[in-house]
Ligand binder design. Structure first.
Ligand code: NPW
Ligand code: ADP
Ligand code: K
Length: 477
């Protein structure tokens, strides 16, 4: 599990550790790790042109001390401060003593740029003086961000105005949620964590990795039968959107349940493609409700919600949901909106949800008393009682294709029916779906049926890598 911690938590852990260490020891650990990553990227340090963008706080201090280490190995290091009156004193002294120099403007050429403008002390978008330095970063020069790309909110991943686009981010002590969640995540490039010895409590966000998913994936026991494995009911599709039913069933058939039961007007289309589907009402261990339902189906949605089993609500099923009804349910509810549907549930705009994904998913879960999976560039899963938000590390923007969400809801519902808790079903489904999407796309456009077709391969890869370390991996960073 990759875990991430809020600024407040990181600061508290830092204070606790700093009290037990000589002054400046933590910053030296950070700078040593940063310099090592920079040296690795440069290959040859001697003679390399390194530019440090230096803000007024300790983030600038880290950059200066790392620059001093590179200068001692023969790099030509130029520090450009945002404000020459406010530069980390010890760091500047170290850099100058190592042969580095101070400049008033960003040089036109660099082999490496180090972004030490702001770290966890940054608030809001970059101010004009800092943003002006970012604009002058020489084209093509690789950028290493110190702790986080300046301009990205460490706690949320929100970006208000200008922000650095890093090729590599070297973060200290712990990942911060903003490094894992878009739009911040798309600015970090490759993530490197430098251990500075912090002891940390429970995380604020967490991302599953192959081994975690492998442990959660259901597998039939020797004495299993189709009913014991769980039956998932799919209430989806309409005369207008029969394909949504087919795609939700396609996902559900590949999600671990022993049988898929379809309810709705698209039975012919479903059977034509998947004759193994059971048709019509009957007992189920979980419901998937909503894909392609169209209008005027509220009574059927209400009927499914009245069944005391876990229910996943997606797409048209999300319209006009009553939080009181969800809160009163004796079993878990899982909502799987995209940003537009989440906006409707929260009474805000799609843009507001996309700009603040973390707070949106938390609010949604708390307000509706349901587990919430917010789809999109970074899929997030929140539990109604709080706790760490799950951040999905797999996926590709090629997944933004019609019907992709229907496959996801079928898959997640099938995992619910096989007994996973809603948070696990949601985050495992997003993980496997994202991996299948990447396999299916392989750099080219894909369509939703392909995602479903690649689910077994993704599933197998996860199990194999966890067991033998032989899979092809699934992590974005
Ligand atoms: N603590 C530790 O043990 C360790 C900490 N470490 C390092 O310290 C970093 C935290 O350092 P920090 O607390 O000094 O804050 P930092 O990120 O440099 O930013 C504050 C400065 O930026 C300014 N500023 C703020 N917002 C801005 C904006 N939007 N646009 C422009 N400027 C803005 C703000 O200006 P002010 O508001 O004061 O005018 C203030 O001067 C942390 O990320 C890690 O790198 C490591 O060495 C490991 C050990
Ligand atoms: N920019 C993106 N990057 C990664 N994944 C995305 C992006 N946009 C959408 N997705 C994923 O694609 C799927 C789209 O689902 P949804 O919006 O419900 O589409 P549909 O309703 O057509 O099925 C979700 O799994 C979502 O997380
Ligand atoms: K930075």
């Amino acid at each position: 599990m990759r875990t991430a911690y809020s600024v407040e938590t990181v600061r508290a852990a830092e204070r606790e550790l700093m009290a037990r260490l000589p002054e400046g020891a933590l910053m030296q650990r950070a700078a040593a790790g940063l310099a090592a990553v920079c040296a690795g990227l440069l290959g040859r340090v001697y003679g390399a042109r390194v530019v440090l963008l230096v803000g007024p706080g300790d983030n600038g201090g880290d950059a200066l001390y790392a620059g001093a280490r590179l200068a001692r190995r023969g790099a030509g290091v130029t520090a450009v401060p945002v404000d020459p009156e406010r530069v980390h004193e010890g760091g500047l002294r170290a850099l100058l003593a190592a042969g580095g120099r101070l400049a008033g403007a960003v040089p036109g050429r660099a082999d490496l740029v180090v972004d030490g403008l702001v770290g966890i002390g940054g608030r809001g978008g970059l101010r004009p003086a800092a943003a002006a330095l970012v604009e002058r970063i020489p084209a093509g020069a690789p950028v290493v961000a110190v702790d986080l790309p300046s301009g990205v909110d460490a706690d949320t991943g929100e970006v208000a105005g200008a922000a650095v686009h890093a090729d590599v981010t070297v973060t200290f002590g712990a990942y911060k949620p903003g490094l894992l969640i878009d739009p911040g995540a798309s600015r970090t490039g490759a993530l490197r964590l430098v251990d500075i010895g912090l002891s940390l409590p429970d995380p604020d966000a967490e991302a599953l990795q192959h081994a975690d998913v492998a442990e959660l994936l259901p597998a039939p026991a020797a004495e299993s039968d189709k009913y014991r494995r769980g039956v998932v009911g799919v209430l989806a599709g309409s005369a207008q959107y029969p394909g949504a039913a087919v795609l939700a069933v396609a996902g559900a058939l590949r999600g671990g349940a022993g049988a898929v039961r379809y309810v709705g007007p698209a039975a012919d289309a479903v059977l034509a493609r998947y004759p193994e589907t059971l048709i019509g009402r009957g007992r189920v261990q979980a419901w998937v409700v909503g894909p392609g339902l169209g209008e005027g189906r509220a009574a059927e949605v209400a009927e499914a919600l009245a069944d005391p089993v876990p229910v996943l609500v997606d797409a048209d099923g999300l319209r006009g949901l009553d939080p009181q009804v969800l809160r009163a349910r004796p079993a878990e509810t899982l909502l799987t909106p995209h940003a537009g549907e989440a906006a409707a549930l929260l009474g805000t705009s799609r843009e507001a949800v996309e700009a603040a994904r973390l707070s949106s998913v938390r609010t949604l879960a708390a307000r509706y008393g349901a587990t919430a999976l917010l789809k999109g560039s970074t899929t997030l899963v929140a539990h109604p009682a709080g706790g760490p938000v799950r951040v999905n590390p797999t996926g590709t923007a090629w997944l933004a294709t019609a019907g992709s969400g229907d496959v996801l809801s079928g898959l997640a519902g099938s995992l619910l029916a096989s007994g996973l808790a809603a948070v696990d079903a949601a985050s495992v489904a997003a993980y496997v779906h994202g991996l299948a999407g990447r396999r299916a796309a392989a750099g080219a456009p894909l369509h939703a049926q392909q995602i479903a077709q690649f689910l077994p391969e993704a599933w197998r890869d996860i199990r194999e890598e966890a067991r033998y370390g032989t899979g092809r991996g699934g992590h974005r960073a």
